[in-house]
Design a protein around this ligand. Structure first.
Ligand code: ADP
Ligand code: ASP
Ligand code: MG
Length: 406
């Protein structure tokens, strides 16, 4: 009997009607003989609503309490889905992340899963139950509730699939697979039947929110067969493939991802000496702030400037940390810009072809868009631009790389 983990995102469980539709779907799967572990998100909009309530009380709510609050969204949907299944005569039981032994580190709001004790779920499966687990949450070693970062239910699902050695993990969402770019921005975007794991990881870590990037990391580490498909019009969706063989078509560029909520910080006029980058970035990493693109420039006067990007949510706290470092190092100034966006083109074919960067830069120039920062990996080129040009840039690049054509 195959064991499948299915995850349903916020829109897929966003109303009683949608929960009924998911329950019908799960009953049919159960009747066809699949053993099922189901992970659900909060109803669409609910996590934002809860965030708003806390922000009405405090500009910087305590992160531990935020996790207690935000995790309630998923607790509602697990119970409702379980009730809907029981109404159909299907044995189902709902559990929070902590109840099924999802152990994380202590970083509230961005916790990482460290271990999953699969014994509890196995007992339930063996008893013939559909196990419904709240996504996005776990507990730390002291029993505090933690959350895994926005979009974290994807990671709950893939991590459970890994722990249970599931035959497949299916991520049901509001689009019918992975597209060449976000179809909400480019209506000409094309659905891909398959995408390599490496490309999916680059797209997700460059902002394609259809999968949280940590979920793709987990999938790659444990080689979990992973599929993204629609809960509204189910078909085969997109398969994340681990094959790199010649039989696979290797387009130059497979997709374009973007990240809107970015910010840029610069510290100017610091001494050009060993250890300076560590002194600038060390306190930021100690505060669990993720730094993305980093550029260091040594001027003719022998002094150094360092510029880097962070998520916009971390901008103010990062600026304060940087201002403290600037004082300690005698830096000239700290500059900040929270109206930037990042855009990345991704494709395994880049390994063996040159000219992708040039096509990208020309397409942006043709739209009159200035490039502020550039970063590359073997299969990705990312640039930072002014955020108001983001949609124009996505559409221009989609066209320049001919992504609408199969
Ligand atoms: P869920 O609530 O199901 O987790 P999300 O909103 O987190 O759904 O992710 C699905 C959304 O991801 C889509 O509606 C789409 O706008 C966006 N998206 C961004 N990039 C892509 C892409 N390359 N392919 C498909 N969807 C994408
Ligand atoms: N409900 C959480 C969020 O909105 C987690 C998720 O949907 O994956 O980010
Ligand atoms: Mg999501």
């Amino acid at each position: 009997m195959s064991l499948i983990v299915e995850k349903f995102g916020g829109t897929s469980v966003g109303s009683i009607e949608r929960i009924n539709a998911v329950a019908d779907h799960l009953k049919a799967k159960c009747d066809s003989g699949e053993s099922l572990v189901v992970v659900v998100s909060a109803m669409s909009g609910e996590t934002n609503r809860l965030l708003g309530l806390a922000k009405d009380l405090s500009a910087a709510p305590v992160t531990r309490e935020m996790d207690v609050l935000l995790s309630t969204g998923e607790q509602v949907t697990i119970a409702l889905l379980s009730i809907a299944l029981q109404e159909r005569g299907v044995n189902a039981r709902s559990f929070t992340g902590g109840q099924v032994g999802i152990l994380t580190d202590k970083v509230h709001g961005k916790a990482r899963i460290q271990q999953i004790d699969d014994s509890k779920i196995r007992v339930e499966i063996d008893a013939g139950n559909i196990v419904i687990v709240a996504g996005f949450q776990g507990i730390d070693e002291n029993g505090n509730i933690t959350t895994l970062g926005r979009g974290g239910s994807d990671t709950s699902a893939v991590a459970l699939a890994a722990a249970l050695k599931a035959d497949e993990c299916r991520i049901y969402t509001d689009v019918n697979g992975i597209y060449t770019t976000d179809p909400r921005i480019e209506p000409e975007a094309r659905r891909l039947d398959r995408i390599t794991f490496e490309e999916m990881l680059e797209l997700a870590s460059s902002g394609a929110k259809v999968l949280q990037s940590r979920s793709v990391e987990f999938a790659g580490k444990y080689k979990i067969p992973l599929r993204v498909l629609s809960s509204f019009e189910p078909d085969a969706g997109t398969l994340i493939s681990y094959e790199t063989g010649e039989d696979m078509e290797q387009p130059l560029v497979s997709g374009i991802a973007y990240q809107k909520d970015e910010a840029k910080l610069t510290i100017r006029g610091i001494p050009d000496q060993p250890g300076v980058a560590h002194r600038v970035l060390g306190p930021i990493s100690a505060a669990n702030i993720n730094v993305d693109i980093i550029i260091q420039n040594v001027g003719a006067d022998g002094e150094t400037d360092i510029t880097f990007t962070v998520h916009r949510d971390d901008f103010e706290s990062c600026k304060t940390l940087l201002e403290n470092t600037a004082k300690a190092l005698g830096a000239t100034e700290v500059l900040g810009d929270s109206s930037i966006a990042k855009i990345a083109v991704v494709g395994v074919g880049m390994r063996s072809h040159s000219g992708v960067a040039d096509t990208m830069f020309k397409a942006l120039a043709d739209e009159g868009i200035n490039i502020q920062m550039i970063s590359t990996s073997e299969i990705k080129i990312a640039v930072v631009i002014e955020d108001r040009y983001l949609e124009l840039a996505v559409r221009g690049l989609h066209k320049a790389f001919g992504l609408a054509e199969a």
